[in-house]
Design a protein around this ligand. Structure first.
Ligand code: XIL
Length: 457
């Protein structure tokens, strides 16, 4: 059976965690009260139990489900949510450059009101593209992709724990290579361009690659592993890998080992869309997945792909933790017990890659990072404002002889060879004091060397 994923969490307010901490503190300073140490007390909800080791436990939901029994269970049990559909490309940009954040905003507001973090799902994916994007190709699609990421991640900036920047870009089957798609046909670098663009749009969010059928060491997960290793070695901003974990009635024996090998590359791992076909093994598979995450220090959280069986995209397989009447299933109890059995290790993960310190004085500076190969290159340019906000910018880049620009995103180029001025576009001219934004271009020949000049307006 096939599978897919998302995960959750982010900059979050956790009032319930805070209350627990305060309660524990109060017990310690009240000498006449004899209570067991808080660490030994079993938590009674999934979110609280996961929080004991610093992890989150999330669920996919939809804004139209935020009422009645679904909302009661969601608010009681989970401390993270993800939009099952409402932050996808077709939902957020139904017309090109016409954005709709209604559903996503409702979910974020619900999360904030209830002390939950939010996973963002998903910025770019071959599926659930709006019709207009399905019909694009080449530079037009590449530019539409970077514009989409900039606008959507920019809209939710500061509110998303982790973004699934790219979803399901690898093929099933033995090759371990990329899946064919309109995005892939824009050039193999589309994934790293997506990550760089996302980092510029929301520097505080962890940026994840997310996929399915990666539930053990296999050709597909190894293809992704090699990409992540390459990204880390070249400074492409990737912080986490999501394992969807849409599971059938068996679980690979190297599920945990696979998570660990990714964590060892220096990224967080997250279980992002967990659901397990109903069967005699359901509770034990849920338990093994939970224990695997708890055993990997950089496994920062688990998200289930829905709340009750009747909410599920696989509803005929009853794959979730609550039945259609909202009752806790045996699988619920096995997950809760597993979470309560371990109080560590705590995931302590570094924040997203830090940005260089802003220049002192007004104006702006620009720096280039280059991904080159024989005959071509992709340049990512970071524009950083000085100690006062700027309203627009122009970056002047000197290209070597014989080099030609074939595509630009997030900027307007004055030409394609020689000395080229890149000016901001409508949505990225304003940069706050010390803040930064990114644009990029690709070309044939050799990439620019040296530091470009930046002029602010
Ligand atoms: C699914 C949703 O659950 C459905 O409601 C929708 O019709 C199709 O998409 N992998 C992913 C998720 O990354 O976005 C998918 O969600 C499930 C597979």
């Amino acid at each position: 059976m096939n599978h897919r994923s998302t995960d959750d969490r982010g900059p979050v307010i956790r009032p319930r965690t805070l209350l627990l901490a305060l309660a524990a503190g109060a017990a310690l300073v009240a000498p006449t009260v004899l209570v067991a140490p808080a660490a030994n007390a079993a938590a009674s909800t999934l979110g609280a139990a996961a929080a004991q080791s610093g992890r989150y436990f999330g669920a996919a939901t939809n804004s139209f489900m935020l009422n009645g029994q679904h909302a009661t269970i969601l608010n009681r049990e989970f401390n993270s949510i993800v939009a099952e559909n409402e932050m996808k490309w077709d939902a957020t940009e139904p017309q090109q450059n016409g954005f709709n954040f209604t559903g996503g905003d409702r979910l974020v507001a619900h999360a904030r009101a209830n002390g939950m973090s939010v996973r963002g799902h998903a910025l770019v994916w071959h599926a659930q593209q709006p019709g207009w994007a399905q019909n694009l190709s080449g530079t037009a699609l590449r530019n539409a992709m970077t514009n989409h990421i900039t606008r959507v991640a920019g809209h939710f900036r500061g509110q998303i724990h982790s973004w699934d920047v790219v979803n399901e870009a690898f093929a099933d089957g033995g090759g371990g290579g990329r899946r064919d798609s309109n995005l892939q046909r824009t050039g193999n670098d589309w994934i790293e361009v997506a990550f760089r663009t996302a980092r510029a749009a929301d520097p505080g969010a962890k940026l994840c690659y997310n996929d399915y059928n990666t539930d053990g060491v296999n050709a597909k997960s190894t293809g992704i592993y090699n990409m992540v290793r390459d990204f880390k070695s070249r400074g492409v901003p990737i912080d986490c890998v999501g394992f969807q974990s849409h599971l059938g009635t068996t679980l690979s024996s190297d599920y945990q080992a696979n998570l660990q090998r990714f964590a060892d590359l220096g990224v967080d791992v997250q279980i992002t869309e967990l659901d397990v076909a109903q069967g005699s093994n359901q509770a034990s598979i849920y338990e093994r997945v939970t224990r695997a995450c708890l055993a990997v220090a950089r496994c920062t959280g688990i998200t289930v792909w829905g709340v009750r069986d009747n909410d599920s995209w696989r509803r005929n397989e009853n794959p979730l933790l609550f039945d259609a009447n909202g009752n806790k299933k045996p699988a619920y109890q096995s997950v809760l017990n597993a979470l309560n059995s371990v109080s560590g290790p705590n995931p302590t993960t570094p924040p997203p890659t830090t940005t260089p310190p802003p220049p002192t004085g007004g104006g702006c500076t620009a720096s280039v990072s280059l991904n080159s190969w024989n005959g071509g290159f992709v340049a990512t340019v970071k524009v950083t404002a000085g100690n006062s906000a700027i309203r627009g910018w122009t970056v002047r880049v000197a290209l070597p002889g014989g080099t030609a620009i074939t595509g630009t995103w997030n900027a307007q180029a004055s030409g394609s060879s020689g000395t080229v001025n890149f000016a901001n576009v409508g949505y990225n001219g304003q940069v706050g004091a010390g803040g930064s934004t990114e644009f990029g271009f690709q070309g044939t020949g050799t990439g620019p060397s040296g530091t470009p000049t930046c002029t602010a307006s």
